[in-house]
Design a protein around this ligand. Structure first.
Ligand code: SAM
Length: 379
């Protein structure tokens, strides 16, 4: 045995030659240590959905730990994950109310407060749970970047949704195409003098800004915008002036927001329904994430062929979504029974499974993945 190899083995580090796409059966704390041999600075997006420690006993796995144990284990995992991120990489961590605030403090410590990007609120259920004091309808996703400046440059805007597109119309047959009107006045808190004046519409009607507000443009600029047909006074010309915002200038995409409603990112119920479509004879996996949720994360944080890692793979949502979106992926799951579900799910995806995001991303079939048993590789 070479000296190098002996040294590695003495530290329980195994160069087990992982090539994405692959799903690995093993405890992530063991596997990640070895992954660091080949994947430091290489992963563009890490998504994790760890057990939330909310005391529940799921059919497929248990979620009961002492608070301190849970924190200790998750800290260890986060510390292994951090060096894997590429310079413009980001990590997204799902969590609910029970441990959210403790996890935030811990993640600040591991990734650095200065690298915290945002907390996303995800509406995981749209129906009311009447049995509890409050119907808990949301979860959180904590987002950290390896380097926020690099991440800001590399992150993608979101494509305009059908809903947003439907707001663009062309009631005056403007040759520049569809537009929507937005307010022409703003709060006057930071206004300068030249934002207070009377606008005279082309039909002679006079308009002043509402109380506490001023026009968004100076008088000179506003006159120019009116001349260039960029201000809308309603169909009959008597309406309050509004600014025409053209679709061609909005096409770059939308800045992601932090409130992700079920319509936008799917719900837990959507995910369970999808699971049962794929595995009608299985006991449903309790806590699958919807592919739509992971799709939004991957749209923002990655491009085609980028590498995605999920070290709490569960039923394989991240891997399936990445596969359908032509991203490369590595998934780690410690339970053989659960990883078998993920494996069967990926096989269905390769054959052209049409649930989840398949239709919206135009998924047909194809691709491949490898299955690795970490412990067997050590033998
Ligand atoms: C909440 S589930 C993930 C669900 C997943 N996002 C999905 O859509 O199916 C958490 C998973 O992490 C796995 N897990 C818990 N501790 C682990 C560890 N140390 N290493 C690898 N997997 C682990 C559990 O077996 C469980 O399947």
């Amino acid at each position: 045995m070479l000296l190098e190899e002996r040294k590695r083995k003495s530290k329980n580090l195994f160069d087990f030659n992982v090539k994405p796409n692959c799903i690995i059966q093993g405890d992530n704390r063991e596997v990640l240590k070895s992954l660091s041999l080949n994947y430091s600075n290489k992963i563009k997006c890490i998504y994790i959905d760890p057990p939330y420690n909310n005391g529940e006993k799921h059919y497929h796995y248990e979620d009961r730990n002492s608070h301190n144990d849970w924190l200790r284990k998750i800290e260890k995992t986060l510390r292994y994950l951090k060096p894997l991120l590429s310079v413009d990489g980001s990590i997204w961590i799902s969590i609910d109310d029970k441990e959210m605030h403790y996890l935030k403090v811990l993640a600040d410590k591991v990734f650095g407060r200065e690298n915290f990007i945002s907390t996303i609120i995800w509406q995981q259920r749209t129906t009311r749970e009447n049995r509890s004091i409050f119907s808990n309808n949301h979860e959180y996703i904590l987002v950290y970047a390896r380097n926020p400046v690099a991440f800001k440059k590399s992150r993608n805007l979101l494509p305009l949704s059908k809903d947003v597109l439907s707001r663009y119309k062309n009631p005056d047959n403007d040759p520049r195409g569809s537009w929507q009107s937005v307010s022409a006045n703003v709060q006057d808190g930071h206004a300068t003098k030249n934002q207070f004046y009377e606008i005279v519409a082309p039909n002679g009607k006079k308009h002043n800004p509402p109380k506490g507000r001023c026009w968004s443009y100076s008088k000179v600029r506003m006159d120019n915008e009116i001349k260039n047909n960029n201000i809308w006074f309603g169909k009959d010309g008597n309406g309050v002036p509004r600014v025409k915002k053209f679709l061609y200038s909005a096409k770059r995409g939308l800045t992601p927001e932090t409130l992700w409603l079920g319509d936008f990112a799917g719900t837990n119920r959507n995910a369970k329904k999808h699971f049962l479509q794929m595995f009608p004879d299985s006991k449903v996996f309790d806590t699958p994430k919807p592919e739509k949720l992971i799709e939004k994360i991957l749209l923002i944080a990655t491009n085609e062929n980028d590498l995605v890692l999920d070290s709490f793979l569960g039923s394989g949502t991240t891997a399936s979504t990445a596969h359908k979106m032509n991203r490369k992926y590595i998934g780690i799951e410690k339970s053989p029974k659960i990883l078998d579900i993920a494996k069967r799910r990926l096989e269905l995806v390769m054959q052209g499974e049409q649930g989840g995001i398949s239709k919206s991303v135009g998924w047909k079939n194809g691709g491949c993945f490898e299955f690795i048993n970490f412990r067997q590789n050590l033998a």
